[in-house]
Design a binder for this molecule. Structure first.
Ligand SMILES: CC(C)(COP(=O)(O)OP(=O)(O)OC[C@H]1O[C@@H](n2cnc3c(N)ncnc32)[C@H](O)[C@@H]1OP(=O)(O)O)[C@@H](O)C(=O)NCCC(=O)NCCS
Length: 147
């Protein structure tokens, strides 16, 4: 059973463990910065989430309020929890969309993805995200959806 909560300083270690495992995964192509005590706590502009699967850290993500839309940053599933027919990435993404609509009261969600990140691009397309920017070899490209 997947449980998703807003992350606090008490979750700092487990969130950073997920990010470190993802950064060290040989198959991964996206590296994320770690959190510290000041950046993990919710603010007026962003909120971090931790997902646990049977009490083990399974994933994390950040939602940021920007120019009247939500920006989804750092969606990350622990390498051990990926591609196991558990669809944790998909569940986390659905939760992020619901939170954006119901709690942040925003009607659009956007993100930036690297050109070679096939897993993430597959995940976002399946959820209904569409490309709306010209592909850029350095930064990747933007995807978004109305919600
Ligand atoms: C991207 C990521 C979050 C996906 O998590 P996941 O739990 O493995 O994804 P799911 O199992 O829920 O997969 C959902 C869908 O994503 C797509 N997908 C996932 N892995 C894929 C792969 N290897 N190739 C193609 N599509 C893939 C598929 O459409 C899949 O649906 P399907 O299984 O019905 O075909 C995970 O790979 C990850 O954490 N990657 C490293 C961090 C990262 O790159 N984050 C994105 C930054 S923009």
């Amino acid at each position: 059973m997947l449980k998703i909560n807003i992350a606090t300083t008490q979750d700092l270690e487990i969130v950073n463990q997920i990010i470190e495992a993802s950064n060290n995964d040989p198959g991964g192509c996206h590296k994320f910065p770690l959190f510290d005590e000041s950046s993990i706590e919710k603010t007026d502009t962003y909120v971090n989430f931790i997902a646990r699967d049977r009490n083990q850290g399974a994933g994390c993500f950040t939602l940021r309020r920007e120019r009247g839309i939500a920006s989804l940053d750092m969606i990350c599933v622990h390498p051990k929890s990926r591609n196991q027919n558990k669809h944790i990435g998909e569940k986390i993404l659905r939760y992020a969309i619901k939170y954006t609509r119901e709690c942040m009261k925003l009607k659009r969600i956007e993100l930036l993805v690297q050109n070679d990140n096939v897993n993430a691009i597959g995940l976002f397309k399946k959820a209904g995200f569409e490309t709306f920017d010209t592909p850029n070899t350095d930064k990747g490209f933007s995807m978004g959806m109305a919600i």
